[in-house]
Design a protein around this ligand. Structure first.
Ligand code: GCU
Length: 607
């Protein structure tokens, strides 16, 4: 029997038994772990909200059907961290999704924690005990929706809307007692595969076909949350093939699923992935705004436009997507990526909460109606590959419930719940986690320089890797300068922001350092605010970032981490150091060869 050994759930190592059917039954079972009597009052109208009160020598939890379950986890967490939530607690976002990029052949796109937990060999294939543990994992931080298959819908996931429905329903059944509803990714061109001559969203037969499918799907899984669609994006089919807009495409599907309360999550990750690198006018970050802004207000009420937090693709550092500030009449959700595709493959340490804090501070939590994150989970015994990567799932759940969370506070809660450490060790680990993003950024891509990663797997440095490719991802380094001018004089991207932000980004003297080369093309002798030249700053960051990984190793080695976490963490730390050296040497050499400028401190730069 598979057991949870990880993270804040270690107190619930005991398997979840079969035979729980409702969140209340699950809550009653989980309450046994609390160590004091807990009684429940369910008020259906309270939905996902709950209130925890003291009752004699035990506790009283009042809430909606899922609310009581969230309440019992919050109580257990609170007893551990000393912070029991006071007063009525309710989630800020009603839809709090994990998007799994699991394929039915068992692989996980951008997965760094093993194979899929529920697909193998073209079919559903899982240990039900582990899926119940997954339900507990998600519910314990308030995640209520799981999209089960990759946004790139590969064979035979097309059949999730027909022959695979009984299997999907059985899977949904396992997660229902945890208040977790399913969603599925669908392929826009599906009608073609069923003999229709077209998938044109304005064709009545196509709309009728989808309406019929929706009826069958919701008959099998009445509480399915909805469909997720990647259309006209990276070679996926979409409405553009028929000369239709994305509003027309999304609305047709939305109408098919509206009678059942389904939501249509439509991804805004659309750009020209067949760009000619010689073309300096086309600028990939501009693409989504240019496409969707004119459609603002045209989407049906049950459509949610899913927008990645930055205009590129989950790079180490990107400005906020201007769509998130500009689409005033469209329901949107913000998409984060827990899977560490560009942030170290769950080998390198990278704690995400500080980034999310910045995003919400800049955007305002009200700008989006829902929240999604690409899963970092897999079949690995510890779920996530790197034991500390669990922090990102935990913190995501917390931010999804309450986007006002303080990054440091959330990280500390996770540390306290996960490890029994003395205060010194706890503080040392806190420091490591809080700095991890900055360290990673320094040795990989400082100053907003994106896409120097190895093409394909996206781990390790390759400054030329994407330079002459079709993906629209260039640094355009020359012997004199580096970066892209995205001001009005350049590609005009900065003009997609509201006036104040535009003014900030347009001016290299005001533009935040970490975004400087995202917005500007600057000569190597450009003087930075701190007096250093740009080239010296590039060298310094790479040297410092790499040195810091060695200090991180020493700090980690001194921590009293339990096994097997300790071994796993130290092994990955060595890999991270090796990675940081590669980044330092390759990127520094790259720029030294171009610029011919030596390091002012005379450190080793290879020829
Ligand atoms: C990135 C990633 C792909 C993924 C895509 C998406 O481009 O590399 O694997 O399919 O994002 O978000 O759709």
């Amino acid at each position: 029997m598979w057991q949870t050994r990880k993270a804040w759930l270690k107190d619930w190592a005991a398997p979840v038994p079969e035979g729980l059917h409702t969140p209340l039954q699950t809550a009653e079972f989980e309450a046994r772990q609390v160590g004091a009597p807990v009684s429940f009052t369910v008020d259906k109208a309270a939905g996902e909200s709950y209130t925890i009160g003291q009752a004699g020598d035990g506790w009283q939890i009042t809430g909606g059907e899922a609310g009581v379950l969230y309440g019992v986890y919050a109580l257990a967490h609170g007893l551990k961290t000393g912070k029991i939530p006071q007063g009525r607690q309710a989630p800020f976002y009603a839809l709090r999704m994990i998007n799994a990029w699991d394929n039915m052949d068992g692989t996980v796109e951008r997965g760094y924690a093993g194979r899929s937990m529920w697909f193998e060999g073209g079919a559903f294939s899982y240990d039900p005990a582990r899926i119940r543990q997954l339900g507990r994992l998600l519910a314990s931080v308030g995640i209520n929706t799981l999209c089960v298959n990759n946004v790139n819908v590969h064979q035979p996931a097309q059949h999730l809307v027909d022959t695979l429905l009984p299997d999907l329903a059985a899977f949904a059944e396992l997660l229902r007692p945890f208040g977790v509803r399913l969603m599925i990714s669908i392929d826009f061109s599906l009608p073609l595969q069923y003999g229709l001559p077209t998938a044109d969203p304005m064709d009545a037969a196509v709309a009728a076909w989808w309406a019929d499918r929706a009826r069958a799907v919701w008959q099998a899984i009445p509480d399915l949350a909805g469909f997720l669609v990647k259309a006209d994006s990276e070679h996926r089919p979409g409405p553009n093939a028929y000369g239709r807009t994305h509003a027309e495409g999304a609305n047709m599907l939305a109408r098919a699923i509206a009678p059942y309360g389904g939501v249509l999550v439509w991804r805004a990750f659309v750009y020209n992935c067949m760009q000619d690198w010689r073309d300096t006018k086309t600028d990939r970050p501009c693409a989504a705004y240019d496409l969707y802004r004119p459609l603002d207000g045209q989407f049906d009420g049950n459509v949610i436009l899913q927008v990645k937090h930055g205009p590129f693709d989950f790079q180490v550092r990107e400005p906020l997507s201007p769509l998130l500030l500009g689409m005033k009449n469209t329901a949107m959700d913000i998409e984060f990526q827990l899977a560490q595709e560009y942030t170290g493959h769950q080998i390198d340490l990278y704690a995400m909460p500080p980034m999310w804090r910045e995003v919400f501070d800049q955007m305002g939590k009200e700008r989006v109606r829902a929240i999604a994150a690409v899963s970092n989970l897999g079949r690995d015994e510890n779920w996530v590959g790197h034991p500390f990567a669990m922090l990102n799932l935990f913190a995501y759940g917390r931010f999804a419930w309450n986007p006002d969370e303080d990054a440091e506070d959330v990280i500390r809660q996770w540390v306290k719940m996960t490890y029994d450490m003395c205060p010194d060790d706890e503080n040392s680990l806190m420091k490591l986690l809080l700095n991890s993003r900055t360290v990673y950024e320094k040795y990989t891509a400082p100053l907003g320089l994106c896409w120097m990663v190895r093409p394909g797997d996206h781990y390790g440095p390759s400054p030329y890797g994407y330079e002459f490719d079709a993906w629209g991802t260039y640094n355009r380094a020359s012997r004199d300068a580096v970066g892209i001018d995205r001001t009005e004089k350049g590609t005009g991207y900065a003009a997609q922001y509201p006036a104040e932000l535009k003014a900030l980004y347009e001016d290299p003297a005001q533009c935040p350092d970490e975004m400087l080369l995202f917005f500007h093309r600057l000569p190597y002798d450009h003087i930075m605010r701190d007096g250093r030249t740009l080239i010296q700053r590039i060298y310094d960051d790479h040297f410092e970032g790499c040195e810091e990984t060695e200090r991180m190793r020493d700090a980690l080695a001194a921590l009293s981490l339990p096994e097997p976490d300790r071994t796993e963490v130290m092994e990955r730390m060595e890999m991270q150091i090796a990675n940081a050296r590669e980044w330092r040497d390759i990127v520094n050499t790259f720029f030294h060869r171009f610029s011919g400028v030596d390091d002012a401190q005379g450190r080793k730069i290879f020829e």
